[in-house]
Design a protein around this ligand. Structure first.
Ligand code: AMP
Ligand code: MG
Length: 465
C-alpha cells in the first residue's frame, strides 16, 4: 500500500495536466530499492512494484499528472517543456514526516511530449538509478531511485532497445523552469502560488511570503550542491534551468558522468560542443541559472521594479563568494584539514594545478600514501613541491580522515557502460555488483576502483535517451 497525498495538485491548479501512464505490456522488475521503500514507509510486494512502477496499474490513491515547466536549454529559452515522458503519481509522507514525490519516468506520452515517444530505454534508466544511489551514498542531495521495471516494449533510439520505467523519488520536481513557465506567460499569481508552495515545502523555517529569503535559501542550497559535485568530479552535463531543482537536489541524470583524469574543461555530452556545461564551468552556470530564477521573482521582491531588480542583483552578486566558501569547505574536508587557515584556499588551488591529468578520485583517496599516489601522475614535479606544504598543514590522523571523506569507488564510466550493456542484453548481474560497490563507496573494491583501461577511449554520453 502507498498512502498518497497530493499537495501539488491541491495547491497549484492550472500548473499541470492529468494524464495516466501507459500500461507496460510485459513488466519485469529489474531492481527495487528496498531500503528506500522502507525509509518511505511503503509496504510493497514485488508484484506491486512491478505493476505500479511500470505504469501497468495505478496504486490506489494515485492521481497521475504531468507538470508544466519551461527552461533555458544551452542558453536558449523554451517556453514549454514539461513532463514529456513522466507521470507524478503523488506524494508520500514518511513516518517521520518528510514529504516526497513519487514519479514515473519513461511511462508514456503526455501533452508535453512534443515529438518524443514518451519512453525510455533500460540503459539510461538504470544509469540514473546507479548514479543517483551513489550520490545518496555520498550524502549529496539527490533525487532517489525506487525501482526500474522493464516494460517488455521496444523503444527506437539509434537501434531497437528494451524499454523501461524508472520510479523516482524527489523532495519535489519543482524546477527553476517551473517558475519560468508561468513568469513567461505573465501569470504572476501562479509564480507567487508556486513560491508559497515551495517555501512551505522546502524552506519551512522561512516566514511565509518572504520571497527574498526564499531566493537566498535556494541560492544557498544550489551553491552547496554544485560544490559537492565539484568535489566528486561530477559533471551533470545538462544544467539547463529545467534540470535545476528548487529543493537543491541533483535531478535529471542524463548525460552525466564522473571525470577520471583531472582536466577542468572536461565535457562528456555529445551535444555540448561549446563546453557550456564543462566541469569547471558548472559554478558559473549555477549563477546563470539562479539569475533566471531571480528574474521570475522580481515582481514579488518589491512593488517598485527598479528596486526589486537592485535587490535581486545584489543577491546574485554574492553567489560567487558563497560558492567559493562552500567549495573551500568541501576541499578542506577532502584534504583532511581540521579548522580553517588563511592559506587553505591557496593550498587547494595549487593541488588542482599540480594534478592535471591525474585521476581525480584516487588522487584524493591516496594523498596520505605517496607510493600509491605517485603512479597516478603523468608528472609528479609539482606534487613534490605541494605535498610537504600539505603535510605541514594537516594534523595527525589525516589518513583516516582522507579515507572517510574521499570515496574509493565511484561509478566509473567503463564500469557503468559494462553494466548497462549487460542489462540491455538481459543480464543484471554486473549492474547489481556495481550497485553494491557504489553503495559502499568508502570500501576499497579493486575491480571498481581503477580508471578505465587506456583502450576505453574518449567517453561520450547522450541526452534524452
Ligand atoms: P531532458 O533532456 O531529459 O531534461 O528533457 C528535456 C525535455 O524533453 C523535457 O520536457 C522532457 O520531458 C522531454 N523529453 C525527453 N525525452 C523525451 C521522450 N522520449 N519523449 C517525450 N519527451 C521527452
Ligand atoms: Mg530534464
Amino acid at each position: 500500500m502507498i498512502q498518497f497525498d497530493h499537495s501539488y495538485t491541491r495547491d497549484l491548479p492550472g500548473t499541470y495536466l492529468r494524464v495516466p501512464p501507459d500500461p507496460a505490456p510485459a513488466p519485469r522488475l529489474l531492481v527495487l530499492n528496498r531500503p528506500l521503500a522502507a525509509d518511505l514507509g511503503l509496504d510493497l510486494t514485488e508484484a506491486d512494484a512491478e505493476a505500479w512502477f511500470s505504469g501497468t496499474s495505478l496504486p490506489p490513491g494515485a492521481d497521475p499528472i504531468a507538470q508544466a515547466y519551461a527552461g533555458h536549454q544551452f542558453g536558449g529559452f523554451s517556453p514549454q517543456l514539461g513532463d514529456g515522458r513522466a507521470h507524478l503519481l503523488g506524494e508520500v509522507i514518511t513516518p517521520d514526516g518528510r514529504r516526497f514525490d513519487i514519479q514515473l519516468k519513461g511511462s508514456g506520452r503526455t501533452p508535453f511530449s512534443r515529438g518524443g515517444d514518451g519512453k525510455a530505454a533500460v540503459g539510461p534508466m538504470l544509469r540514473e538509478y546507479l548514479i543517483s544511489e551513489f550520490m545518496a551514498a555520498m550524502g549529496v542531495p539527490t533525487t532517489r531511485s525506487l525501482a526500474v521495471v522493464a516494460t517488455g516494449q521496444k523503444v527506437w533510439r539509434e537501434t531497437k532497445l528494451p524499454g523501461a520505467v524508472l520510479a523516482r523519488v524527489a523532495a519535489s520536481h519543482i524546477r527553476v523552469g517551473t517558475f519560468q513557465f508561468f513568469a513567461a506567460r505573465g501569470e504572476g499569481d501562479k509564480v507567487k502560488a508556486l513560491a508559497d508552495h515551495a517555501i512551505a515545502r522546502h524552506y519551512p523555517d522561512l516566514a511565509a511570503g518572504d520571497y527574498l529569503a526564499f531566493l537566498d535559501a535556494v541560492i544557498a542550497r544550489q551553491a552547496r550542491l554544485i560544490a559537492e559535485w565539484m568535489g566528486l568530479g561530477f559533471i551533470h552535463g545538462v544544467m539547463n534551468t529545467d534540470n535545476m531543482a528548487i529543493s537543491g537536489e541533483t535531478i535529471d541524470y542524463g548525460p552525466c558522468a564522473f571525470m577520471e583524469a583531472y582536466a577542468p574543461g572536461t565535457v562528456f555530452s555529445s551535444i555540448d560542443h561549446q563546453g557550456r556545461y564543462a566541469y569547471a564551468n558548472q559554478p558559473l552556470i549555477l549563477g546563470w541559472n539562479l539569475a533566471r530564477l531571480a528574474e521570475t521573482l522580481v515582481p514579488l521582491l518589491d512593488p517598485v521594479q527598479e528596486r526589486a531588480i537592485e535587490i535581486a542583483n545584489d543577491r546574485l552578486a554574492g553567489i560567487a563568494t558563497r560558492y567559493r566558501a562552500d567549495w573551500l569547505a568541501v576541499m578542506r574536508r577532502k584534504l583532511g584539514l581540521l579548522g580553517e587557515h588563511e592559506t587553505d584556499a591557496q593550498l587547494a588551488d595549487d593541488l588542482l594545478s599540480a594534478m592535471e591529468g591525474a585521476d581525480w578520485t584516487l588522487t584524493f583517496r591516496r594523498l596520505a600514501d605517496e607510493a600509491a599516489l605517485r603512479p597516478l601522475f603523468p608528472d609528479f614535479a609539482k606534487m613534490d613541491a605541494w605535498l610537504p606544504r600539505w603535510r605541514a598543514r594537516v594534523a595527525d590522523g589525516a589518513a583516516a580522515r582522507i579515507a572517510a571523506t574521499n570515496p574509493a569507488v565511484i561509478p566509473r564510466n567503463h564500469k557503468v557502460e559494462e553494466a548497462l550493456a549487460a542489462a540491455t542484453e538481459g543480464n543484471m548481474a554486473p549492474c547489481h555488483a556495481l550497485l553494491a560497490a557504489i553503495q559502499s563507496p568508502f570500501v576499497e573494491a579493486e575491480p571498481f576502483m581503477l580508471p578505465a583501461p587506456t583502450g576505453f577511449g574518449q567517453y561520450v554520453t547522450y541526452c534524452g535517451t
